[in-house]
Design a protein around this ligand. Sequence first.
Ligand SMILES: Nc1ncnc2c1ncn2[C@@H]1O[C@H](COP(=O)(O)OP(=O)(O)O)[C@@H](O)[C@H]1O
Length: 172
Amino acid sequence: MVKRPNILITGTPGVGKSTLAKELASITGFTYLCVGDLAKEEQLYDGFDEELDCPILDEDQVVDEMEEKMAEGGVIADYHGCDFFPERWFQIIFVLRTDNTLLFNRLEQRGYSDRKVEENVQCEIFQTIYEEAMESYRAEIVHQLPSNNPDDLERNLLQIQAWLQKWLLDNN
Ligand SMILES: Nc1ncnc2c1ncn2[C@@H]1O[C@H](COP(=O)(O)OP(=O)(O)O)[C@@H](O)[C@H]1O
């Protein structure tokens, strides 16, 4: 059987993770896995974060729930965090980055409260998710990708597909 890697698409909410990950899944035939949706469907929560205005993920339960699929390979996972996944799961991590003003507009359009917009734009300014990724995985497999406009999206898709082709050749 062909060995396939797992890819993590991460970054602040609104940077374009699901847009990129879904498109990539449809091109490659890999499985798109939105960790937030999975947690919601299965109610894998452990309380509510009043400050961030969102439920708190039960990380251990999420990991248990994902394990079987991840072991098979060929998953494109999408989540705005990355430090609780087992390191062995992912062969590459892409952290999407968006200019503050663009991100602000996208989050406002999403109908987020002022506070939630502010929290998330701050998260992007302090490159919280990038640092989390660099602390959780080998630096060589963590890549930042600009995600500001449709040209960026096209470039990112091509870049990831090129990486994937090489990985498949090297590992099969
Ligand atoms: N490369 C891009 N250029 C312009 N708009 C984008 C781009 N990627 C995503 N968007 C838009 O930004 C918004 C947030 O994208 P989404 O994929 O839902 O982000 P996330 O999954 O990171 O929360 C959506 O309205 C989407 O259409």
